[in-house]
Design a protein around this ligand. Structure first.
Ligand code: S3P
Length: 442
Protein backbone atom coordinates (compact mmCIF):
# COMPACT_ATOMS: atom_id res chain seq x y z
CA UNK A 1 0.00 0.00 0.00
CA UNK A 2 1.54 3.35 -1.00
CA UNK A 3 2.03 5.64 1.97
CA UNK A 4 -0.07 8.78 2.46
CA UNK A 5 1.61 12.15 2.05
CA UNK A 6 2.03 14.60 4.91
CA UNK A 7 1.80 18.34 4.46
CA UNK A 8 2.27 20.65 7.41
CA UNK A 9 3.78 23.77 5.88
CA UNK A 10 2.19 26.32 3.64
CA UNK A 11 3.92 26.99 0.34
CA UNK A 12 6.08 30.14 0.30
CA UNK A 13 5.59 32.76 -2.38
CA UNK A 14 6.72 31.81 -5.89
CA UNK A 15 7.07 33.48 -9.28
CA UNK A 16 7.49 30.86 -11.98
CA UNK A 17 6.64 29.57 -15.44
CA UNK A 18 5.48 25.97 -15.71
CA UNK A 19 4.08 23.56 -18.29
CA UNK A 20 1.56 20.98 -17.16
CA UNK A 21 1.08 17.70 -19.02
CA UNK A 22 -1.01 17.02 -22.14
CA UNK A 23 -4.79 17.21 -22.24
CA UNK A 24 -6.43 13.93 -21.15
CA UNK A 25 -9.59 14.31 -23.24
CA UNK A 26 -7.56 15.01 -26.37
CA UNK A 27 -5.05 12.23 -25.65
CA UNK A 28 -7.77 9.59 -25.34
CA UNK A 29 -9.61 10.92 -28.40
CA UNK A 30 -6.37 10.90 -30.41
CA UNK A 31 -5.73 7.25 -29.54
CA UNK A 32 -9.25 6.05 -30.28
CA UNK A 33 -9.63 7.98 -33.53
CA UNK A 34 -6.14 7.08 -34.76
CA UNK A 35 -7.11 3.43 -34.31
CA UNK A 36 -9.99 3.95 -36.76
CA UNK A 37 -8.03 6.00 -39.31
CA UNK A 38 -6.20 4.52 -42.25
CA UNK A 39 -2.46 4.77 -41.83
CA UNK A 40 0.10 6.01 -39.34
CA UNK A 41 -0.98 8.74 -36.91
CA UNK A 42 1.33 10.52 -34.50
CA UNK A 43 0.66 12.52 -31.35
CA UNK A 44 3.26 14.68 -29.67
CA UNK A 45 2.94 15.57 -25.98
CA UNK A 46 0.44 12.75 -25.42
CA UNK A 47 -0.42 12.54 -21.73
CA UNK A 48 1.32 9.48 -20.30
CA UNK A 49 -1.09 8.86 -17.47
CA UNK A 50 -2.85 5.63 -16.55
CA UNK A 51 -6.12 6.60 -18.27
CA UNK A 52 -4.31 7.15 -21.56
CA UNK A 53 -1.96 4.18 -21.14
CA UNK A 54 -5.03 2.02 -20.56
CA UNK A 55 -6.47 3.31 -23.84
CA UNK A 56 -3.28 2.23 -25.61
CA UNK A 57 -3.36 -1.17 -23.87
CA UNK A 58 -6.97 -1.75 -24.94
CA UNK A 59 -6.11 -0.86 -28.53
CA UNK A 60 -3.13 -3.22 -28.56
CA UNK A 61 -5.36 -6.02 -27.28
CA UNK A 62 -7.73 -5.23 -30.13
CA UNK A 63 -4.93 -5.83 -32.62
CA UNK A 64 -3.85 -2.23 -33.24
CA UNK A 65 -0.17 -1.44 -33.60
CA UNK A 66 0.79 1.20 -31.04
CA UNK A 67 4.28 2.55 -30.44
CA UNK A 68 4.94 4.76 -27.47
CA UNK A 69 8.20 6.68 -27.70
CA UNK A 70 9.59 9.34 -25.42
CA UNK A 71 8.58 12.20 -27.73
CA UNK A 72 5.57 10.82 -29.52
CA UNK A 73 2.99 8.06 -29.79
CA UNK A 74 2.38 6.38 -33.12
CA UNK A 75 -0.72 4.37 -33.93
CA UNK A 76 -1.29 2.45 -37.15
CA UNK A 77 -4.98 2.23 -37.97
CA UNK A 78 -6.63 0.03 -40.55
CA UNK A 79 -9.91 1.89 -40.83
CA UNK A 80 -13.28 1.97 -39.12
CA UNK A 81 -14.26 -1.36 -37.50
CA UNK A 82 -10.93 -3.03 -38.27
CA UNK A 83 -10.06 -4.49 -34.85
CA UNK A 84 -8.84 -8.09 -34.78
CA UNK A 85 -9.29 -10.10 -31.59
CA UNK A 86 -10.50 -13.41 -30.23
CA UNK A 87 -14.02 -14.06 -29.05
CA UNK A 88 -14.53 -13.31 -25.34
CA UNK A 89 -11.51 -11.01 -25.05
CA UNK A 90 -11.43 -8.83 -21.91
CA UNK A 91 -10.37 -5.19 -22.08
CA UNK A 92 -9.83 -2.99 -19.04
CA UNK A 93 -10.70 0.74 -18.94
CA UNK A 94 -9.16 1.10 -15.46
CA UNK A 95 -10.37 4.32 -13.85
CA UNK A 96 -11.46 6.08 -17.04
CA UNK A 97 -15.10 6.83 -17.76
CA UNK A 98 -14.12 8.46 -21.04
CA UNK A 99 -12.20 5.41 -22.24
CA UNK A 100 -14.86 2.94 -21.08
CA UNK A 101 -17.72 4.85 -22.62
CA UNK A 102 -15.99 5.69 -25.90
CA UNK A 103 -14.32 2.39 -26.66
CA UNK A 104 -17.62 0.51 -26.61
CA UNK A 105 -18.74 2.70 -29.52
CA UNK A 106 -15.89 1.36 -31.66
CA UNK A 107 -17.06 -2.21 -31.06
CA UNK A 108 -20.72 -2.00 -32.13
CA UNK A 109 -20.14 -3.51 -35.57
CA UNK A 110 -17.85 -6.31 -34.50
CA UNK A 111 -19.73 -9.59 -33.98
CA UNK A 112 -17.23 -11.12 -31.54
CA UNK A 113 -18.18 -10.82 -27.90
CA UNK A 114 -15.96 -8.68 -25.73
CA UNK A 115 -15.91 -8.00 -21.99
CA UNK A 116 -15.24 -4.51 -20.63
CA UNK A 117 -14.05 -4.19 -17.05
CA UNK A 118 -12.85 -1.28 -14.91
CA UNK A 119 -11.50 -0.56 -11.44
CA UNK A 120 -13.61 -0.21 -8.28
CA UNK A 121 -14.48 3.43 -8.99
CA UNK A 122 -15.43 2.88 -12.65
CA UNK A 123 -17.42 -0.23 -11.76
CA UNK A 124 -19.87 1.85 -9.74
CA UNK A 125 -20.46 4.40 -12.53
CA UNK A 126 -23.50 4.46 -14.80
CA UNK A 127 -23.09 2.90 -18.24
CA UNK A 128 -26.79 2.77 -19.12
CA UNK A 129 -26.37 6.32 -20.49
CA UNK A 130 -24.35 4.93 -23.40
CA UNK A 131 -25.65 1.36 -23.48
CA UNK A 132 -29.10 2.65 -24.51
CA UNK A 133 -28.02 4.59 -27.61
CA UNK A 134 -25.51 1.89 -28.61
CA UNK A 135 -28.32 -0.70 -28.43
CA UNK A 136 -30.35 1.54 -30.69
CA UNK A 137 -27.53 1.46 -33.23
CA UNK A 138 -27.87 -2.35 -33.12
CA UNK A 139 -25.32 -3.59 -30.55
CA UNK A 140 -26.25 -6.12 -27.84
CA UNK A 141 -25.10 -6.03 -24.21
CA UNK A 142 -24.94 -8.87 -21.66
CA UNK A 143 -26.20 -9.37 -19.05
CA UNK A 144 -29.40 -7.61 -20.16
CA UNK A 145 -30.51 -4.58 -18.14
CA UNK A 146 -27.17 -4.19 -16.37
CA UNK A 147 -26.05 -0.60 -15.99
CA UNK A 148 -22.50 -1.01 -14.70
CA UNK A 149 -19.24 -2.79 -15.55
CA UNK A 150 -18.29 -5.52 -16.04
CA UNK A 151 -20.36 -5.91 -19.16
CA UNK A 152 -20.18 -7.80 -22.48
CA UNK A 153 -20.82 -6.15 -25.82
CA UNK A 154 -21.58 -7.98 -29.03
CA UNK A 155 -21.66 -5.94 -32.19
CA UNK A 156 -23.79 -6.52 -35.26
CA UNK A 157 -23.13 -6.25 -38.98
CA UNK A 158 -26.45 -4.47 -39.30
CA UNK A 159 -25.75 -1.13 -37.69
CA UNK A 160 -28.23 1.66 -38.43
CA UNK A 161 -27.93 5.41 -37.74
CA UNK A 162 -29.93 6.93 -34.87
CA UNK A 163 -31.42 10.21 -33.69
CA UNK A 164 -30.15 10.94 -30.19
CA UNK A 165 -30.99 13.52 -27.55
CA UNK A 166 -28.21 14.21 -25.04
CA UNK A 167 -29.70 16.10 -22.11
CA UNK A 168 -27.08 15.83 -19.35
CA UNK A 169 -24.45 18.09 -20.85
CA UNK A 170 -22.20 15.03 -21.03
CA UNK A 171 -19.44 15.11 -23.66
CA UNK A 172 -18.84 11.44 -23.01
CA UNK A 173 -22.39 10.56 -24.05
CA UNK A 174 -22.26 12.87 -27.06
CA UNK A 175 -18.85 11.57 -28.14
CA UNK A 176 -19.88 7.96 -27.63
CA UNK A 177 -22.72 8.43 -30.12
CA UNK A 178 -20.45 10.36 -32.50
CA UNK A 179 -17.87 7.55 -32.56
CA UNK A 180 -20.58 4.92 -32.95
CA UNK A 181 -21.96 6.90 -35.91
CA UNK A 182 -18.72 6.19 -37.79
CA UNK A 183 -19.97 2.60 -38.05
CA UNK A 184 -23.46 3.49 -39.24
CA UNK A 185 -23.96 4.17 -42.96
CA UNK A 186 -26.39 7.08 -43.24
CA UNK A 187 -27.16 10.12 -41.14
CA UNK A 188 -26.93 10.09 -37.32
CA UNK A 189 -28.35 13.21 -35.69
CA UNK A 190 -27.63 14.46 -32.18
CA UNK A 191 -29.29 17.23 -30.20
CA UNK A 192 -26.89 17.84 -27.35
CA UNK A 193 -26.83 20.15 -24.36
CA UNK A 194 -23.60 22.16 -24.45
CA UNK A 195 -20.49 20.23 -23.41
CA UNK A 196 -16.83 20.03 -24.39
CA UNK A 197 -16.58 19.88 -28.18
CA UNK A 198 -13.20 18.27 -28.87
CA UNK A 199 -14.72 15.35 -30.77
CA UNK A 200 -16.59 17.71 -33.11
CA UNK A 201 -13.39 19.69 -33.75
CA UNK A 202 -11.35 16.56 -34.49
CA UNK A 203 -14.08 15.20 -36.80
CA UNK A 204 -13.91 18.44 -38.79
CA UNK A 205 -10.11 18.24 -38.98
CA UNK A 206 -10.32 14.68 -40.21
CA UNK A 207 -12.90 15.67 -42.81
CA UNK A 208 -15.40 13.21 -41.42
CA UNK A 209 -18.73 14.48 -42.82
CA UNK A 210 -20.18 16.47 -39.92
CA UNK A 211 -22.56 19.43 -39.75
CA UNK A 212 -23.04 21.45 -36.57
CA UNK A 213 -25.70 24.04 -35.84
CA UNK A 214 -25.24 25.89 -32.55
CA UNK A 215 -28.19 27.29 -30.67
CA UNK A 216 -28.23 28.92 -27.26
CA UNK A 217 -28.66 25.80 -25.13
CA UNK A 218 -28.18 22.95 -27.59
CA UNK A 219 -25.95 21.94 -30.46
CA UNK A 220 -27.45 20.04 -33.39
CA UNK A 221 -24.97 17.63 -34.93
CA UNK A 222 -25.32 15.56 -38.10
CA UNK A 223 -22.81 12.87 -39.00
CA UNK A 224 -22.70 10.92 -42.22
CA UNK A 225 -21.29 7.55 -41.18
CA UNK A 226 -19.86 4.51 -42.88
CA UNK A 227 -16.79 6.08 -44.46
CA UNK A 228 -13.10 5.74 -43.75
CA UNK A 229 -10.78 8.64 -42.99
CA UNK A 230 -7.04 9.26 -43.19
CA UNK A 231 -4.43 9.18 -40.43
CA UNK A 232 -3.32 12.44 -38.81
CA UNK A 233 -0.73 14.11 -36.59
CA UNK A 234 -1.56 16.06 -33.46
CA UNK A 235 0.37 18.28 -31.02
CA UNK A 236 -1.55 17.89 -27.80
CA UNK A 237 -1.76 21.12 -25.78
CA UNK A 238 -1.64 21.18 -21.96
CA UNK A 239 -4.64 20.21 -19.87
CA UNK A 240 -6.55 23.03 -18.20
CA UNK A 241 -7.95 20.50 -15.73
CA UNK A 242 -4.39 19.89 -14.50
CA UNK A 243 -3.41 23.57 -14.76
CA UNK A 244 -6.45 24.40 -12.59
CA UNK A 245 -4.75 23.01 -9.45
CA UNK A 246 -1.90 25.46 -9.96
CA UNK A 247 -4.24 28.33 -10.74
CA UNK A 248 -5.98 27.82 -7.39
CA UNK A 249 -2.68 27.25 -5.59
CA UNK A 250 -1.49 30.65 -6.86
CA UNK A 251 -4.74 32.47 -6.09
CA UNK A 252 -4.73 31.24 -2.50
CA UNK A 253 -0.99 31.85 -1.91
CA UNK A 254 0.48 35.20 -0.97
CA UNK A 255 2.48 37.41 -3.37
CA UNK A 256 2.78 34.75 -6.04
CA UNK A 257 2.58 34.77 -9.78
CA UNK A 258 2.50 31.88 -12.21
CA UNK A 259 2.48 31.40 -15.95
CA UNK A 260 1.16 28.08 -17.24
CA UNK A 261 2.25 27.63 -20.81
CA UNK A 262 0.41 26.41 -23.89
CA UNK A 263 -2.88 25.41 -22.27
CA UNK A 264 -5.99 24.32 -24.18
CA UNK A 265 -8.44 27.14 -23.43
CA UNK A 266 -11.28 25.85 -25.59
CA UNK A 267 -14.36 27.88 -24.48
CA UNK A 268 -16.13 24.62 -23.53
CA UNK A 269 -13.36 23.91 -20.98
CA UNK A 270 -12.74 27.24 -19.25
CA UNK A 271 -15.71 27.37 -16.91
CA UNK A 272 -13.32 27.52 -13.96
CA UNK A 273 -11.64 30.66 -15.32
CA UNK A 274 -14.99 32.37 -15.94
CA UNK A 275 -16.24 31.43 -12.46
CA UNK A 276 -13.05 32.47 -10.67
CA UNK A 277 -12.91 35.77 -12.56
CA UNK A 278 -16.48 36.50 -11.45
CA UNK A 279 -15.21 35.84 -7.91
CA UNK A 280 -12.49 38.46 -8.42
CA UNK A 281 -9.53 36.31 -9.42
CA UNK A 282 -6.66 37.82 -11.39
CA UNK A 283 -6.28 35.48 -14.35
CA UNK A 284 -5.22 36.50 -17.86
CA UNK A 285 -4.67 34.76 -21.21
CA UNK A 286 -1.44 35.63 -23.06
CA UNK A 287 -0.02 34.55 -26.44
CA UNK A 288 -3.39 33.37 -27.71
CA UNK A 289 -3.42 31.19 -30.81
CA UNK A 290 -5.51 28.57 -32.55
CA UNK A 291 -4.23 25.08 -33.31
CA UNK A 292 -6.39 22.75 -35.42
CA UNK A 293 -9.52 24.50 -34.21
CA UNK A 294 -8.55 24.43 -30.51
CA UNK A 295 -7.80 27.70 -28.69
CA UNK A 296 -4.46 27.74 -26.88
CA UNK A 297 -2.97 30.34 -24.53
CA UNK A 298 -0.49 30.86 -21.73
CA UNK A 299 -2.37 31.48 -18.49
CA UNK A 300 -1.07 34.16 -16.15
CA UNK A 301 -2.41 34.03 -12.61
CA UNK A 302 -1.64 36.26 -9.62
CA UNK A 303 -2.39 35.80 -5.92
CA UNK A 304 -5.72 37.43 -5.16
CA UNK A 305 -6.34 38.35 -1.53
CA UNK A 306 -9.99 39.31 -1.59
CA UNK A 307 -12.26 36.89 -3.40
CA UNK A 308 -16.03 37.13 -3.28
CA UNK A 309 -18.79 34.54 -3.30
CA UNK A 310 -20.75 33.51 -6.39
CA UNK A 311 -24.23 32.34 -7.29
CA UNK A 312 -22.84 30.15 -10.02
CA UNK A 313 -24.71 30.34 -13.35
CA UNK A 314 -25.89 26.84 -14.29
CA UNK A 315 -24.79 27.41 -17.87
CA UNK A 316 -21.15 27.23 -16.71
CA UNK A 317 -21.52 23.81 -15.06
CA UNK A 318 -20.51 21.62 -17.97
CA UNK A 319 -17.44 23.69 -18.90
CA UNK A 320 -16.17 23.50 -15.29
CA UNK A 321 -17.32 19.95 -14.53
CA UNK A 322 -13.91 18.54 -13.53
CA UNK A 323 -12.92 21.64 -11.54
CA UNK A 324 -15.71 22.02 -9.00
CA UNK A 325 -13.70 20.63 -6.08
CA UNK A 326 -11.24 23.47 -6.62
CA UNK A 327 -14.00 26.02 -7.08
CA UNK A 328 -15.53 24.87 -3.77
CA UNK A 329 -12.18 25.43 -2.11
CA UNK A 330 -12.05 28.99 -3.44
CA UNK A 331 -15.65 29.53 -2.27
CA UNK A 332 -14.62 28.38 1.22
CA UNK A 333 -12.07 31.21 1.36
CA UNK A 334 -14.31 33.89 -0.19
CA UNK A 335 -16.48 36.58 1.33
CA UNK A 336 -20.15 35.58 1.44
CA UNK A 337 -22.25 32.53 0.68
CA UNK A 338 -21.68 30.77 -2.63
CA UNK A 339 -24.33 28.65 -4.30
CA UNK A 340 -23.84 25.94 -6.92
CA UNK A 341 -26.84 24.07 -8.31
CA UNK A 342 -27.91 21.47 -10.93
CA UNK A 343 -24.74 19.54 -10.14
CA UNK A 344 -26.03 15.98 -9.66
CA UNK A 345 -23.57 14.89 -12.40
CA UNK A 346 -20.72 15.62 -9.97
CA UNK A 347 -21.79 12.63 -7.90
CA UNK A 348 -21.39 10.46 -11.04
CA UNK A 349 -17.64 11.10 -11.31
CA UNK A 350 -14.70 8.96 -10.12
CA UNK A 351 -16.17 9.46 -6.64
CA UNK A 352 -19.32 11.29 -5.50
CA UNK A 353 -17.52 14.63 -5.65
CA UNK A 354 -20.38 16.88 -4.61
CA UNK A 355 -20.78 14.88 -1.41
CA UNK A 356 -17.08 14.37 -0.73
CA UNK A 357 -16.17 17.97 -1.58
CA UNK A 358 -18.71 19.14 0.97
CA UNK A 359 -17.33 16.68 3.54
CA UNK A 360 -13.78 17.95 3.08
CA UNK A 361 -14.94 21.55 3.56
CA UNK A 362 -16.79 20.51 6.74
CA UNK A 363 -13.62 18.81 8.02
CA UNK A 364 -11.93 22.18 7.53
CA UNK A 365 -14.62 23.86 9.64
CA UNK A 366 -16.48 25.39 6.70
CA UNK A 367 -20.27 25.27 6.83
CA UNK A 368 -22.12 23.85 3.81
CA UNK A 369 -25.71 23.03 2.97
CA UNK A 370 -25.79 20.03 0.68
CA UNK A 371 -28.52 18.40 -1.41
CA UNK A 372 -28.24 15.70 -4.10
CA UNK A 373 -27.66 18.34 -6.73
CA UNK A 374 -26.56 21.56 -4.98
CA UNK A 375 -24.26 23.02 -2.39
CA UNK A 376 -24.19 26.29 -0.45
CA UNK A 377 -20.80 27.22 0.93
CA UNK A 378 -20.43 29.72 3.77
CA UNK A 379 -17.14 31.39 2.91
CA UNK A 380 -14.57 32.54 5.45
CA UNK A 381 -12.14 35.09 3.94
CA UNK A 382 -9.82 34.67 6.94
CA UNK A 383 -9.91 30.90 6.92
CA UNK A 384 -6.68 29.47 8.36
CA UNK A 385 -6.32 25.94 9.61
CA UNK A 386 -4.42 24.78 12.69
CA UNK A 387 -5.63 21.25 13.41
CA UNK A 388 -4.90 17.76 12.08
CA UNK A 389 -6.74 16.70 8.94
CA UNK A 390 -6.90 13.24 7.36
CA UNK A 391 -8.33 12.64 3.88
CA UNK A 392 -9.18 8.97 3.33
CA UNK A 393 -10.42 9.05 -0.32
CA UNK A 394 -11.83 5.50 -0.36
CA UNK A 395 -12.36 5.48 -4.17
CA UNK A 396 -8.84 6.82 -4.83
CA UNK A 397 -10.18 9.82 -6.74
CA UNK A 398 -7.21 11.69 -8.24
CA UNK A 399 -8.96 15.06 -8.05
CA UNK A 400 -9.91 14.59 -4.37
CA UNK A 401 -6.24 13.91 -3.60
CA UNK A 402 -4.97 16.91 -5.55
CA UNK A 403 -7.61 19.31 -4.18
CA UNK A 404 -6.69 18.26 -0.63
CA UNK A 405 -3.00 18.89 -1.31
CA UNK A 406 -3.80 22.40 -2.57
CA UNK A 407 -5.93 23.08 0.55
CA UNK A 408 -3.09 21.89 2.79
CA UNK A 409 -0.46 24.00 1.03
CA UNK A 410 -2.50 27.20 1.14
CA UNK A 411 -4.64 27.09 4.29
CA UNK A 412 -2.33 25.55 6.90
CA UNK A 413 -2.83 22.68 9.37
CA UNK A 414 -1.26 19.22 9.56
CA UNK A 415 -2.56 17.06 6.75
CA UNK A 416 -2.33 13.36 6.09
CA UNK A 417 -3.66 12.69 2.60
CA UNK A 418 -4.10 9.10 1.46
CA UNK A 419 -3.64 7.53 -1.98
CA UNK A 420 -1.05 9.78 -3.65
CA UNK A 421 -0.80 7.05 -6.31
CA UNK A 422 -4.20 8.22 -7.60
CA UNK A 423 -2.49 11.11 -9.45
CA UNK A 424 -1.20 8.58 -11.98
CA UNK A 425 -4.70 8.60 -13.48
CA UNK A 426 -4.45 12.10 -14.92
CA UNK A 427 -1.38 14.00 -13.71
CA UNK A 428 1.58 11.81 -12.69
CA UNK A 429 3.96 14.77 -12.27
CA UNK A 430 1.63 16.71 -9.93
CA UNK A 431 3.67 16.29 -6.73
CA UNK A 432 7.00 16.83 -8.49
CA UNK A 433 5.67 20.04 -9.99
CA UNK A 434 4.43 21.29 -6.61
CA UNK A 435 7.85 20.59 -5.13
CA UNK A 436 9.48 22.56 -7.96
CA UNK A 437 7.48 25.58 -6.74
CA UNK A 438 8.84 25.06 -3.22
CA UNK A 439 6.12 22.90 -1.64
CA UNK A 440 7.27 20.73 1.26
CA UNK A 441 5.58 17.36 0.97
CA UNK A 442 6.65 14.24 2.81
C1 S3P B 1 -14.82 14.07 -20.48
C2 S3P B 1 -16.06 14.55 -20.22
C3 S3P B 1 -16.54 14.84 -18.85
C4 S3P B 1 -15.42 14.90 -17.85
C5 S3P B 1 -14.41 13.81 -18.03
C6 S3P B 1 -13.83 13.83 -19.43
C7 S3P B 1 -14.45 13.81 -21.89
O1 S3P B 1 -17.47 13.83 -18.47
O2 S3P B 1 -15.92 14.86 -16.53
O3 S3P B 1 -13.38 13.95 -17.09
O4 S3P B 1 -13.25 13.63 -22.19
O5 S3P B 1 -15.35 13.77 -22.73
P1 S3P B 1 -19.02 13.99 -18.87
O6 S3P B 1 -19.02 14.35 -20.28
O7 S3P B 1 -19.69 12.69 -18.61
O8 S3P B 1 -19.52 15.09 -17.97
Amino acid sequence: MPKPVHISKRIKNFKKKISVSGDKSLSIRFALLASQAIGRSRAYNLLKSEDVLNALKCLRKLGVKVELKKKYCEIIGNGVNSFTYKNNLTINAGNSGTLGRLILSLLIKSPKKIKLIGDKSLSRRDFSRIIKPLQEFGATFYPKNKNTLPIYIQGSKFIRPINYFENKGSAQCKSSVMLAALNAPGKTTIKAKKSRNHTEIIFKNLKIPIKIKKEKKFDFIEIQGGENFKSFNYNIPSDISSGAFFIVLTLLSKNSRLIIKNVNVNPTRIGIIKILKKMGAKIFFKNKKVYKGEKIADILVKSTGSLKSINCPVKLNSSAIDEFLLIFLIAAKSKGISYFKNLSELNQKESPRLKLGSKILNTMGVKTVLTNHSIKIYGQPNLTLNNNYEIKNYLKDHRIFMMSAIAALTLGGNWKIHNPESIKTSFPSFLKMLKSLGAQIK
